[in-house]
Design a protein around this ligand. Structure first.
Ligand SMILES: CC(C)(COP(=O)(O)OP(=O)(O)OC[C@H]1O[C@@H](n2cnc3c(N)ncnc32)[C@H](O)[C@@H]1OP(=O)(O)O)[C@@H](O)C(=O)NCCC(=O)NCCS
Length: 166
């Protein structure tokens, strides 16, 4: 994995050493309104999760796990983006920013930067994001990046968005 730069964002491969900075950003319960996870209980448990993710691979080796923390031009850690890459050239993506950094263009810039890297660095040709129907911010972000609502339903409250990478 390598670091990436995009319009107004820097992406660094996520490491356990980011635990303290990430914990400060991920503690707000509002971040989790549309997520099926909860805020990390404490910095130590977040660090343990980051250590597991540093493997960059599922235990069977079939999936590549890519996680980048996102910094703004001032160097402040504003959130993270992630992708799970399967052997069939498909990837599932996710993205989370701290509340005080919302609506400043970081989310769209960071995801766009990750998509470029997925295509050029990992040969990904199809990307999927699963979101809650009411998650307007996530939906708008995806639409602005050229994703379209897919047909596969994952649950009554969820929508899948898909995009091909040329
Ligand atoms: C989803 C999320 C990453 C968006 O990040 P962001 O940096 O605020 O998004 P951006 O500033 O890049 O905005 C992207 C687009 O969404 C729009 N948008 C952002 N927040 C919005 C909201 N609450 N309601 C409606 N539109 C919104 C922006 O106006 C922009 O559209 P535009 O270019 O047409 O103006 C952020 O809201 C977040 O972290 N949410 C909590 C975690 C989450 O739900 N992640 C997604 C899981 S699938």
């Amino acid at each position: 994995m390598r670091g990436l730069s995009g319009p107004g964002v820097l992406l660094e491969p996520q490491m356990a050493e980011h635990a303290a900075e990430l914990f400060a950003v991920l503690g707000d319960p509002r971040v989790y309104r549309y997520l099926d996870t909860e805020p990390p209980a404490d910095e130590a448990s977040l660090r343990a999760r980051l250590v597991r993710l540093e493997a960059r691979r599922s235990t069977d080796g079939a999936e590549i796990w890519l996680n980048w923390i996102v910094r703004n031009p001032a160097g402040v850690l504003v959130g993270y983006v992630q992708a799970t890459v399967a052997s069939d050239h498909g990837a599932d993506i996710g993205y989370v920013l701290g509340t005080e950094h919302w609506r400043q263009g970081y989310g769209r810039a960071a995801v766009a930067t990750m998509l470029d890297e997925l295509r050029t660095g990992y040969g990904v040709t199809r990307v999927r994001a699963t979101i809650e129907r009411d998650n307007d911010a996530s939906r708008r972000l995806l639409e602005r990046l050229g994703f379209a609502a897919g047909e596969a339903a994952t649950g009554p409250s969820e929508l899948q968005f898909v995009r091909s990478l040329p």
